[in-house]
Design a protein around this ligand. Sequence first.
Ligand code: TMP
Length: 206
Amino acid sequence: MKGKFITFEGSEGSGKSTHSRLLYDYLKSRGLDVIYIREPGGTKISEAIRGLLLDCKNEDMAPEAEMLLYMAARAQLIAQIIEPALKKGRIVLCDRFLDSTLAYQGYGLGINLKLIRDVGGFATRNTVPDLTIFLDLPAREGLKACSRIKTKDRIEKRPIKFHLAVRSGYLKIARQEPKRFKIIKVEKDMRLTQKKVRILAGRLIK
Ligand code: TMP
């Protein structure tokens, strides 16, 4: 038995976490066996790594260490939560996954993309999402929305040039893998965006 694996991606402030949680509540209310997790995080070890990654005190972290720490958090999440859940036939909703590393550390920081894919294959035991929903919002708008809600973490604090490269990286992934990686433009009316999210997920789950 194989479950369904849906990941959410988005630039800062795109509302990705809100929409993935709303989808989780919706699927659950329909009686489906679904779990919700976030990256980096979702296990005790991965949450501890998250703390290291986002702590503004760690501004001297080397790009190589940053990429490997995201992968380490992911490897633990795959082994402990995602793989067992998919084996049981559950629906797994994950807020961010390997595409985040391609976008942020690859397109954003300039780490070799093939290297990220290779290490990613090892860390994820070659687990590929059935569907990835990318919530797209221009980088400047997203960062503005973000700073209204909370203080910026180490990654959010990076210059606008970095965030523009992240977004255009995501758009490149969308062009490379159009079947898996779907773009939803973030609408002012949240209900409209959520409706589109449900339509995409519904096509996969049926
Ligand atoms: P979040 O804000 O969606 O919880 O994600 C935490 C931050 O970590 C966000 O700024 C994006 C960043 N990130 C990466 O840079 N690479 C990754 O592989 C992942 C999963 C997140």
